[in-house]
Design a protein around this ligand. Structure first.
Ligand SMILES: [Zn+2]
Ligand SMILES: [Zn+2]
Length: 590
């Protein structure tokens, strides 16, 4: 590292440490405020976290949102009262004496490893069992740079058999400007929430009563999916892939052979019995592609085979972790398997990475980071094979000039992998693409190819999911664009709005003509006033509004208004069609 970069890194570490102390200390101050309102409160833990802190309490009644306002008010007082944070190291016995009546703290004391020191931190009237570190005085906390955010239930020690506690989350910063920026960010996250936009834009729904974690794609969501899938299929065919289809269920034989019933049974849906045989809904597509591979003797000349499938799979996830489109039980992977000779694998990996980046850029994501996962402790395959495969992955990442981190020991037992994480418009990182070596399945299924020396050898197998799952990708896409999709993805690309009922026929004709050219165009012929129609189109984030009245009708034109407020009056219909075509082809915004 250069000296300046080192200095920056140290600076960063110091800032992180400062924020850590601020957040940790604010958690203690919040605990003191809670103690003032609830003198018999029982205290659990209160750590700093990313962007803030929380504290878990056992209280005589449920907290209400108004309580947060009151607690915050008391916190501001405590801050101004100018109390030092004082550390004291005490004996275990003294600590147990000190925390009589605080069962959670007593449990924590018992959990401190023998030999470790037991320390207390005190500010004002509140003393906590705590390792620190803290700021030196409550005045180091800016009274306008923290805020309490929410109340949640949390099991003691995350164990659902232990008591349910009340958790208060808060955020804390050095300066009020930073707090404001963070709250703005949170508001933006909330505005873009795909569950909220999914409802407002009528894209998808989930029906708990019919099965949690299963996605229903409404017509407008499905239009976007069709656009994604059409693009995906064309790109794959042009990129040297074949497309295959495989069944949704397979007999237990298949999953025993693949090892899924040993390694992944807990994520598989229970079997269904047909003809006294157990059939399982597929959690992965791989074994099906392998059976297709094995229908012929494969020569080295036939390889590589690149088989892709939009394969719908089902995996059991605990209902508590399901989250909109982002964590589901049924999803469609944009899967592919590459079967190749060991000599071909490097070029194949390079090409997979190049191809992935092309696709990501087409969807408007250019901030992409790679994570290289290496050999875990328990692994199959000789160490040399791992090393050469990891070297291949590393060379591919470097050839594409990607920033990357190495996740030492983070690979699956059957091979190393690259994960790609993309950064969205809000700066959040999402793990999407996986490129994974597999030395397990070719063995289990005894896959072979005949090499140039006439000998039967094992092919290499690489799993690759690029977007990951169409459902999760859709969720990320909705939040990234905040529902204002680029023209090529927008479910309705333009809406024709007549200024008065007299122009309904012309509006319908314009919509029909554009639709016949393959664009997604509707006419709003409702009884609403023109302004209401424009508002409704804005709410739906439709890229173009085509306003038509007498002048437009006489000249065969449209007056265009974009969702960004730009205006183009008196555009001939063909010119608008050409504009739309250009935007779709370049995958641009309006
Ligand atoms: Zn503490
Ligand atoms: Zn696979």
């Amino acid at each position: 590292m250069s000296e300046t970069r080192e200095a920056v890194a140290q600076d960063d570490a110091a800032r992180q440490d400062k924020l850590y102390r601020i957040r940790h200390s604010t958690a203690h101050i919040m605990a003191e405020a809670v103690l003032r309102i609830f003198p018999d409160a029982k205290f659990a833990i209160g750590p700093p976290i990313d962007n803030g802190f929380y504290y878990d309490f056992d209280l005589s009644r449920s907290l209400k949102p108004e309580d947060l306002t009151e607690i915050e008010k008391i916190m501001k007082q405590i801050v101004k009262e100018d109390h030092p944070f004082e550390k004291r190291v005490i004996s275990r016995d003294e600590a147990k004496e000190r925390f009589q009546g605080q069962p959670y703290k007593l449990e924590l004391i018992d959990a401190i490893p023998p030999g470790d020191e037991v320390s207390l931190y005190t500010q004002s009237a509140f003393t906590d069992l705590c390792r620190g570190p803290h700021v030196d005085n409550t005045r180091r906390i800016h009274p306008n740079a923290f805020k309490l955010l929410s109340i949640a239930g949390a099991y003691w020690r995350g164990d659902e058999k232990r008591p349910m506690l009340q958790r208060i989350y808060g955020t804390a910063w050095e300066k009020p400007e930073q707090l404001k920026a963070y709250l703005d960010h949170l508001a933006d996250v909330e505005r873009r929430d795909h569950r909220k936009l999914g409802k407002e834009l009528d894209l998808f729904s989930i029906h708990e009563e019919a099965g949690p974690g299963l996605i229903y794609w409404h017509p407008k969501g499905a239009r976007i999916r069709v656009a994604i899938e059409d693009f995906w299929r064309q790109a794959h065919l042009a990129g040297g892939y074949d497309i295959v289809y495989s069944p949704h269920i397979g007999r237990s034989w298949l999953w025993e052979t693949s090892g899924h019933l040993v390694n992944y049974k807990d994520i598989m849906y229970s079997p269904m019995e047909v003809d006294e045989q157990d059939y399982y809904v597929k959690p992965m597509n791989c074994p099906f592609h392998i059976l297709m591979y094995k229908t012929q003797t494969r020569s080295y000349r036939d390889l590589p085979l690149r088989w892709s499938e939009l394969g719908t799979v089902y995996r059991y996830e605990r209902s508590g972790v399901l989250h909109g489109l982002l964590r589901v039980r049924g999803f469609t992977q944009d899967d592919a398997h590459i079967f190749c000779t060991p000599d071909q694998v490097e070029e194949e990996i390079l090409e997979v990475l190049r191809f992935s980046l092309r696709i990501w850029r087409a969807f408007g994501f250019s901030d992409i980071k790679a994570y290289l996962a290496t050999r875990p402790e328990k692994a199959i395959g000789e160490p040399e094979r791992w090393e050469s495969a990891i070297a291949v992955l590393r060379r591919a990442i470097e050839a594409e000039g990607l920033e990357y981190e190495v996740d030492e020991g983070g690979g699956a037992f059957y091979g190393p992998k690259i994960d790609l994480k993309i950064r969205d418009a809000l700066g959040r990182e999402w793990q999407m693409t996986t490129v994974q070596f597999d030395w397990n399945l070719p063995e289990r299924f005894d896959m072979t190819f005949v090499d140039s020396d006439g000998k039967e050898k094992r092919p290499y197998m690489v799993h690759r999911a690029l977007l990951g799952s169409i459902e999760r990708f859709f969720g990320v896409l909705i939040e990234h664009f905040g529902g204002a999709f680029p023209v090529w993805l927008a479910p309705v690309q333009a809406v024709v709005i007549p200024v008065a009922p007299a122009f309904h026929d012309y509006a319908a004709a314009v919509a029909k003509s554009l639709s016949s050219k393959g664009f997604r165009v509707e006419a709003d012929l409702s009884d609403n006033r023109m302004n209401a129609k424009i508002r409704s189109a804005q709410t739906q984030k439709i890229p173009y509004m085509l306003i038509v009245g007498g002048n437009e009708q006489d000249a065969g034109q449209v007056s265009v208004r974009t969702r960004n407020g730009d205006q183009m009056n008196g555009l001939p219909q063909e010119e608008f069609a050409a504009l739309l075509d250009e935007k779709v082809k370049s995958r641009a915004d309006v």
